[in-house]
Design a binder for this molecule. Structure first.
Ligand code: MN
Length: 495
């Protein structure tokens, strides 16, 4: 299954030196490899074979064609034979699509008894790809290098991971984020430069007074409300007491209004803030949860960077097992030897991460001074997961990722929210110290579908700084890395 219309273009480098017969064979081999990538269940985009490249003009034209193609999410390049890399300079300098350098060869094994000079001349990736690698490094090109045979499952998976990151970056090119209300007063980490975000990360952030949303919500029909309540009854556990609660109708009205507003504006992500709900009866909880489950990115308290991140993570995770949600480190369990993080939010956790059938309930919020909001309550399934946070450092965006294990959570009958209990790698003390030294936010994107490799590829493609906190994390080493990175980002404008 391919997700949407995104394409990855398969480029094969060569030259005229070898003669027509060899070039015909190069083309034939390359067609087979491109078709295999296209067929692979691990690669969610169409892989499109492009004619073998043998001249600088052809290379430059293809790179420019890729730049202007609405469907091209990235390029996969392979040098079957030697392709003198001066031919590639002009094209690569102009290229503004993600690049994967696939270092493979047609044959897996050396045919020991039959190998001759013709075979050697045809199968030269081992040195042809080094020439290509040199020019990419010389030009300081961001790219992913994947090494191995094209039929190897692990190799196809690694290309698939990069493909997903490229598709999320492609999605960001047309991503519009709606902010209902502004930032929560005085909160720093949810702020940032939206012009900088648009110029570096591509997405657009549009602000609206919450009254604009309230207008759309108030025009929702009773029929739309009752239809949605039928959907709730079919998907969730609901008691008759909750079904009779007028708050449920209000929640449905808000959901229908929000969806209409987002669809009409072409938005794929949004933020709310419980400090600014003029015209809305309750904080959107159920609505946010259900819209996230449909693929919308979300950030609470005006957090547009996290809304964009959650959207990108949802694009990357499409079709994979496991859910993806907005998340917040809420409170700790600090028992020695058994430390864990309770992740939750007041309401807005995505039901794609639910282990069982969510329960729909209505409860007071305790803050915000609005009516009791409806929300889905559930626990996430156990197993490996990641959290990721994007912050703005003034001169760059930093993406911080922490790997973790979601563990069983004891019953919490007095806490009616969706939640996740996890043990971060390498351990809570190290992970939290590293996260705090790196400046990671309390808001994050959580995913049981994605791995750190997805996030690393996404950071590289979007030109973001990448900080990984996993089982190899050493806090003192990480503090040095942060200092070195400051120096690098200060100087790299000249590189
Ligand atoms: Mn929050």
């Amino acid at each position: 299954m391919k997700n949407g219309t995104a394409e990855l273009w398969f480029l094969t480098g060569s030259q005229h030196l070898y003669g027509e017969e060899t070039l015909m064979q190069v083309r034939a081999d390359s067609l087979v490899i491109a078709a295999a990538l296209d067929k692979s269940e691990h690669i969610p985009a169409k892989v499109v074979f492009k004619p073998v490249l043998t001249t600088a003009d052809a290379i430059t034209n293809l790179c420019q064609e890729a730049n202007s193609s609405d469907d091209c999410a990235g390029l996969i390049a392979w040098m079957h034979t030697f392709s003198p890399a001066k031919m590639w300079i002009s094209g690569l300098r102009r290229l503004n699509k993600p690049l994967l350098h696939f270092h493979t060869q047609y044959n897996r094994d050396i045919p020991w008894s039959e190998i001759d000079m013709d075979f050697m001349n045809l199968n030269q990736a081992a040195h042809g790809d080094r020439e290509f690698g040199f020019i990419c490094s010389y030009l300081r090109m961001e790219r992913k290098v994947v090494v191995g045979h094209w039929q190897d499952e692990e190799i196809l998976m690694s290309i698939g991971v990069w493909s997903r990151a490229a598709m999320a970056a492609h999605d960001a090119r047309s991503l519009r984020i709606a902010r209902f209300g502004d930032n929560m007063r005085d909160v720093a980490v949810t702020e940032g430069n939206k012009v900088s975000a648009q110029s570096r990360l591509d997405y657009e952030v549009h602000g609206y007074g919450v009254g604009d949303l309230a207008d759309v919500v108030s025009s929702v029909s009773d029929k739309q409300v009752s239809d949605l309540i039928e959907v709730y009854r079919s998907q969730y556990e609901i008691s008759s007491r909750v079904l009779d609660n007028p708050a449920l109708k209000e929640a449905a009205r808000i959901e229908a209004g929000m969806r209409t507003f987002l669809q009409n504006g072409g938005f794929k992500a949004f933020t709310t803030t419980f400090e600014d709900l003029h015209g809305l009866v309750q904080l959107p909880g159920l609505a946010v949860q259900r819209l996230m489950a449909e693929g919308y990115g979300f950030g609470a308290e005006g957090d547009w960077k996290t809304a964009a991140l959650v959207r990108s993570m949802k694009v990357m995770a499409e079709g994979l097992n496991g859910g993806t949600s907005f998340m917040e480190d809420y409170t700790y369990h600090l028992e020695p030897g058994n430390m864990a993080v309770l992740g939750a939010h007041m309401l807005e956790v995505c039901p794609t991460i639910a282990a069982g059938r969510p329960v729909l309930e209505v409860h007071p919020l305790g803050i915000g001074g609005k009516a009791d909001p409806a929300r889905l309550i559930f626990r996430a399934g156990t197993g490996s997961a990641i959290v990721a946070s994007v912050i703005e450092m003034g001169d760059r965006f930093r993406l911080i990722v922490n790997t973790m294990e979601v563990i069983e959570c004891p019953p919490m009958p007095g806490l009616p929210v969706a939640s996740v209990l996890w043990k971060p790698y390498p351990d809570l003390r190290t992970a939290a110290a590293a996260w705090i030294y790196a400046g990671g936010a309390h808001h994050s994107g959580f995913s049981q579908a994605l791995t750190a490799e997805h996030m690393a590829d996404f950071a590289a493609i979007t030109g973001s700084e990448y900080i990984l906190i996993d089982n190899r994390c050493d806090v003192e080493q990480l503090r040095k890395e942060l200092r070195w990175n400051d120096l690098y980002y200060h100087l790299n404008k000249g590189l």
